[in-house]
Design a protein around this ligand. Structure first.
Ligand code: HEC
Length: 197
């Protein structure tokens, strides 16, 4: 009969620790003053951009999660001023954590490079901005017009007289990239775990 209590206690301990680790601690990260922060006007565009990001396989080469300082060198590489926490994904319908890092982490690309022009050029042909890059060019996200035909102020300074203009998909994608800037502003509490020896 005594054994039954041991089994029961073992079950309760296992269940309680799992509940604390998997439910309570993550939800504590979500709470705080930032919870439910207002969505900006730009959000529809950003949401579309997330779709373009997925459709074009960006997620296969780019992660969106900056690890803690004592775990990896992400922050030293300039991928973010702090590690990523659960609440950083609160406005994302779908967090795109990624598994591969053929390219740099993009969790904070918006704070490290906020120039839409740079992103358009880089998407059109990564070789222009980053010589030797293995990132595939995304020219299909752009239209080519006769010079002066589009009248767009976003036309890229390329194309031997023609104008290269970002399509709506490219605009949405760049809005999404620029929205990735979680390391700006006050960090949520408990964002860095205690240092290990
Ligand atoms: C085959 C892998 C691969 C794919 C797919 C890929 N990238 Fe990249 N990306 C890279 C590499 C490698 C770099 C680093 C060299 C460079 O800047 O081009 C990079 C760099 C970047 C940078 C600059 C990062 C920085 O820190 O300056 C951005 C932004 C970016 N990629 C966005 C995208 C987007 C958006 C897509 C999808 C449309 C995409 N990438 C698809 C490999 C990839």
């Amino acid at each position: 009969m005594n054994r039954l209590w041991i089994i029961f206690a073992g079950f309760m301990i296992t269940f309680t620790t799992a509940w604390i680790g998997l439910a309570m601690l993550p939800s504590a990260h979500y709470r705080g003053p930032e919870w439910g922060a207002q969505l900006g006007e730009n959000d529809l565009l950003v949401e579309q951009g997330r779709g373009v990001f997925i459709q074009n396989g960006c997620v296969y080469c780019h992660s969106q999660q900056v690890t803690a300082r004592n775990f990896r060198s992400d922050q030293d590489r300039g991928w973010g001023a702090r590690r990523t926490v659960a609440s950083d994904y609160r406005n994302d319908k779908r967090g795109l954590f990624g598994t591969m890092r053929t390219g740099p982490d993009l969790a904070n690309i918006g704070s490290r490079n906020s120039s839409p022009q740079w992103h358009y050029l880089h998407l059109y042909d990564p070789q222009i901005t980053s010589k030797g890059s293995v990132m595939p060019p995304m020219r299909f996200l752009f239209d080519r017009h006769k010079a002066g035909a589009s009248g767009s102020t976003e036309a890229l300074p390329l194309g031997d007289g023609d104008e290269i203009v970002p399509k709506p998909e490219a605009r949405a994608l760049v809005a999404y990239l620029l929205s990735r800037k979680h390391d700006v502003g006050e960090p949520p509490e408990a964002f860095e775990p205690p240092a290990t020896q």
